[in-house]
Design a protein around this ligand. Structure first.
Ligand SMILES: Nc1ncnc2c1ncn2[C@@H]1O[C@H](COP(=O)(O)OP(=O)(O)OP(=O)(O)O)[C@@H](O)[C@H]1O
Length: 329
């Protein structure tokens, strides 16, 4: 990877162990100011550990961690002023009301009193909690606490956001609302966002760069489009004469590489896993069989397909980029 122009978050050769477990193994990761980076990986891959090291909540056993050039374990107070950290478990006080939680956070963040009530109301509204400000958090569902926790993190408008599974506890409607808010934040000039997630659609929506961790090391690093081009096989959509849909479905299903052949609601045949260079031959074979093809469209692979393709492939670990050469990943 080329040197990062304006590095905001830097991990160089970072190792963190928990007893025998090596959670991060000489990890090199540099994130530029304004980048929105998704951290992906199976359970235990090291995503939360990475977030906690950047937030100064953990110390590394080896290597260097820097946030805006500062060591979070040394200059904790200065670093924390720039960071908004959403941990996996919501940080809100159940004995207080929602508004009190935000007012308390504002106090901790040293925010000005003037206009604070309006800011708190706006924050509650933004995360679907309008009208719930005076309710005790003890009576909130997990998803509501998660949304309040996000409102709390964003209240001081931090330059850098570290979000650990921001939508994991949310129902689909709330998750969509939170993703929209995060997408707007992520799109703002100069805001750096790191989001650890298992939700690949979320990563695809929010992130301009995706880093896949495995056993504490980076196995893949690139934009969703780069990953799709390098690792995905994509799909195909065919519109054929209505009385030939079943024949085309059968023909596609027989091809070895092709998966998930289905007829969609519009009566078109969709298939995944079609290698690009097999498409011309396939179209030729259909035409040679005198099947009437009205449309052929290539479907780009989703990040989910890329991720599954990577993990279906046994030697992914062996393909880890050389991270030992000090070359910046
Ligand atoms: N406080 C801890 N004590 C003991 N082991 C830990 C601790 N924190 C992390 N680990 C171990 O370090 C490894 C990496 O954990 P981490 O939480 O960073 O993974 P993750 O990618 O966030 O996983 P998940 O997707 O399940 O949240 C795991 O093997 C985990 O068991």
């Amino acid at each position: 990877m080329s040197p990062v122009a304006d590095p905001e978050l830097v991990l160089v050769g970072v190792t963190r162990r928990f007893g025998e477990v090596v959670a991060l193994d000489r990890l090199d990761l540099t994130i530029a100011r304004g980048e929105v980076v998704g951290l992906l990986g199976h359970n235990g891959a090291g995503k939360t550990t990475t977030v906690r090291l950047l937030a100064g909540l953990l110390a590394a056993d080896g290597g260097t961690v820097r946030v805006g050039g500062l060591d979070p374990t040394v200059d904790g107070a200065t670093v924390r002023r720039r960071l908004g950290v959403l941990p996996a478990d919501p940080v809100v006080d159940r004995r207080m009301t929602a508004a009190q939680n935000l007012a308390f956070a504002a106090d901790v963040f040293g925010m000005a009193e003037a206009g604070l009530d309006a800011r708190i109301d706006a924050a509650l509204e933004r995360f679907g909690l309008a009208g719930r400000g005076d309710d005790e958090v003890a009576g909130f569902s997990t998803g509501m606490r998660q949304r309040l926790s996000l409102a709390r993190v964003l209240l001081p408008d931090p330059e850098v956001l570290l979000l650990d599974e921001p939508t994991a506890a949310l129902d689909p409607i709330a998750a969509r609302q939170v993703r929209r808010e995060l997408a707007m934040l992520a799109a703002e000039e100069g805001r750096t966002v790191v989001v650890a997630t298992h939700d690949l659609a979320e990563a695809e929506l929010l992130c301009d760069r995706v880093v896949v961790l495995e056993r504490g090391r980076i196995v893949v690093d690139g934009s969703p489009a780069e990953l799709a081009a390098a690792h995905g096989t994509g799909g195909l959509l065919l519109e054929v004469a209505p009385d030939q849909v079943d024949i085309v479905h059968r023909r596609l299903s027989r091809l070895a590489a092709v998966r998930d052949v289905e007829i969609d609601a519009a009566g078109r045949v969709r298939a995944r896993g079609v290698p690009r260079d097999e498409i011309p031959g396939l179209v030729w074979a259909l035409a040679a069989a005198e099947l009437a093809v009205y449309e052929v469209r290539r479907l780009d692979p989703t990040l989910e397909e890329v991720y599954l393709a990577l993990h279906d492939r046994a030697p992914v670990r062996a393909e880890a980029p050389g991270t030992d050469d000090g070359g910046g990943g």
